[in-house]
Design a protein around this ligand. Sequence first.
Ligand SMILES: [Zn+2]
Length: 83
Amino acid sequence: MAHDLVRIECPHRSNPDGTIDSICPRCYTTIGTSTWEYELERLEAEHVCNTIELKFFETLKKKPVASARPAYAVQPGMAQMRG
Ligand SMILES: [Zn+2]
């Protein structure tokens, strides 16, 4: 454990030919394909996210519909409660 403090969990996908793909959950890149899970773990540890693709996916997440809406300001007169 030298620099690998933050471990991301990468989903594995089994292929019909018996190999396993490791997919990065952040940049959706296939990190590696192997029949050996230990090999995939090694590749995952070495994986560096493709920042260009990462930015592409982040722009997709930004929905133009969700426009910035002002938070409702609590008016002092309305917030008073009778008691
Ligand atoms: Zn990645």
